[in-house]
Ligand binder design. Structure first.
Ligand code: ACM
Ligand code: ZN
Length: 532
């Protein structure tokens, strides 16, 4: 009853305030809230402010994470209470199941007396991220929070960031920092690229050498990729995550409303696995964990023994990751070995496949069947369209938008990440003055201009576009500080692309907010490319 009254009061006050004033640039929330109206005055947040939550498990956990932030950067930790009758200056947080609100929406009303939050699903957490962004970027006794009314909700359900931990390895602490950035900008998917030619990064109990052998290489290419005169260092490089590490990360992400999607690459990008278990190749090896970047001819053989090995690996992966999606890679798989491998040719004959593209599709379908049998869905890079798409697969469109368009027309779900807009390993400014990157030119403005919905799709087909993500491949990113630099501020631009209705996007307005926001990035010690 109490709760119902509160909801009504807040809805009403938001209605009234909606007409008072237009959006004010003083408040620099990123991504921009769908509706925001600033009012006069401020709420004074100090050590005596109490947080009141209606649900200890949900809103309480969100409040706890907010408290950790206050403690770390402002030296305050607020009391959290469930006593809804307290008459004190408080942050009152209600986890609600309001069917009139979109998923993960929130309302927030800041007045001199209180901060009232109603959130649905992840909405409470998102409200608290907005609140964090309204706090001054410096430590003080009293933190002024401007009076404001916000009604806010996301546009897309997949608001992702990818991280390649194979070309360079990042510690669990660093991965958590990355997840912090994802969550702070109300993104909700962490695509964790765990296996590749240059390193296998996840312990699999049945095949421990994947990590202990496949997790380490004898050296690394020095400087930029060339086809001739390559130079390597001789430093053993690598690392892997234990199952405990993985569970810890998954929990950390889940507490921040971020879904972790693991990627186990197949059938290509598998040199590290083959270095550990050469019997699953076409030739029998021997192989080395790759010291060089690129695409390699030695890939998994398509024989039954290899398919069974892959199923075993995926069974352990699915146990670790409770989410619905398993990314199986599928990109950049040369067919060179398959064309001359008696085992692969025998599989083609047995299965009635007309070419090696269909053989790749056979591998993906076999794996999909297994993954589906555990109640999960596969995602693959857009090459999985070649040779026939597996029946329930989600397509991640990276070679432009065409793969995504084709998949949506086939009524398959799609995550957009065309290189031009979403590859955050590209340069973000003049290569002469930027740190070494793989190539390209993807400025923050370019990212901001991205529209994940291709114009050529019908409204029905557009429903298959789940959203988009930024990809951070790490051939030229050896240090975590550089991961931040490459991601920021382009991650923020992408977060707004994925949050705000297209007709509300405005780069000039975004840029003003971004510049103001850098003080907060400085406070948090996040490395970023400075907006000019
Ligand atoms: C990719 O960038 N090879 C998916
Ligand atoms: Zn073979």
């Amino acid at each position: 009853m109490k709760k119902y009254l509160f909801v009504s009061a807040l809805s009403l006050s938001l209605l009234i305030s909606a007409n008072v004033k237009s959006q004010n640039q003083e408040i620099a929330i990123l991504p921009k809230p769908v509706e925001l109206t600033q009012q006069k005055g401020s709420f004074k947040l100090n050590s005596k402010t109490i947080i009141i939550v209606n649900n200890k498990e949900t809103a309480g956990r969100d409040a706890e994470i907010f408290n950790q932030y206050l403690s770390k950067y402002y030296g305050k930790s607020l009391e959290v209470s469930q006593d809804l009758t307290l008459k004190t200056k408080a942050i009152k947080i209600f986890d609600v199941h309001d069917i009139t609100m979109p998923d993960d929406a929130y309302r927030m009303q800041v007045t001199p007396d209180s901060i009232l939050i109603e959130g649905k699903g992840a909405g409470v957490f998102y409200a608290l991220q907005s609140l964090r962004q309204m706090l001054p970027p410096t430590k003080a006794e009293t933190l002024d929070v401007p009076c404001v009314s916000i009604y806010d909700y996301p546009k897309y359900t997949w608001r992702g960031m990818h991280l390649d931990v194979c070309r360079h390895f990042f510690t669990t602490m660093e991965v958590k920092k990355y997840i912090d950035m994802i969550a702070f900008y109300k993104m909700n998917v962490f695509h964790w690229h765990l296996t590749d030619d240059q390193g296998w990064r996840i312990m699999i109990d049945k095949y421990p050498k994947l990590a202990t052998v496949g997790g380490f290489r004898k050296g690394t290419l020095i400087g930029k990729y060339t086809t001739t005169n390559q130079k390597f260092d001789t430093i053993r490089y690598g690392g892997y995550y234990t199952k405990e590490d993985i569970r810890d990360i998954v929990k950390y992400a889940s507490d921040r409303h971020v879904l972790v999607v693991p990627e186990i690459e197949l059938p290509g990008h598998s040199m590290a696995a083959l270095a550990a278990y050469p019997e699953y190749s076409c030739t029998g090896g021997t192989f080395e964990v790759s010291k060089l970047w690129g695409v390699f001819d030695d890939v998994y053989c398509t024989k039954d023994e290899t398919i069974n090995f892959l199923k075993d690996v995926l069974a352990e992966v699915m146990e670790l990751f409770p989410g619905k999606y398993i990314h199986i890679g599928g990109d950049e798989c040369p067919k060179t070995r398959w064309k001359v491998c008696p085992n692969c040719q025998a599989v083609m004959k047995r299965e009635g496949l007309k070419d090696e593209n269909e053989l790749q599709s056979y591998v993906v379908r076999s794996v999909e069947k297994f993954v589906n049998s555990k109640g999960k869905t596969i995602i693959g890079w857009d090459e999985i369209l070649e040779g026939g798409l597996a029946p329930n697969a989600v397509v991640m469109s990276w070679r432009g938008k065409d793969g995504g368009i084709a998949a949506a027309k086939l009524q398959h779900y799609v995550v957009m990440c065309p290189g031009e807009y979403c590859y955050l390993d590209h340069y973000q400014g003049n290569p002469a003055t930027e740190p070494i990157a793989i190539g390209g030119n993807t400025t923050v403005e370019k990212v901001y201009s991205f529209n994940p919905l291709p114009g050529e799709l019908t409204p029905d087909q557009k429903k298959y576009i789940l959203g988009a993500q930024g990809n951070v491949w790490t051939e030229y990113i050896a240090e975590y500080k550089k991961v931040e630099y490459m991601a920021m501020p382009r991650l923020i631009a992408l977060s707004e692309v994925l949050w705000l209705p297209e007709d509300k996007k405005n780069y000039a307005d975004f840029y003003i907010r971004l510049k103001k926001h850098t003080a907060l990035l400085d406070m948090m010690g996040i490395n970023y490319a400075k907006p000019k």
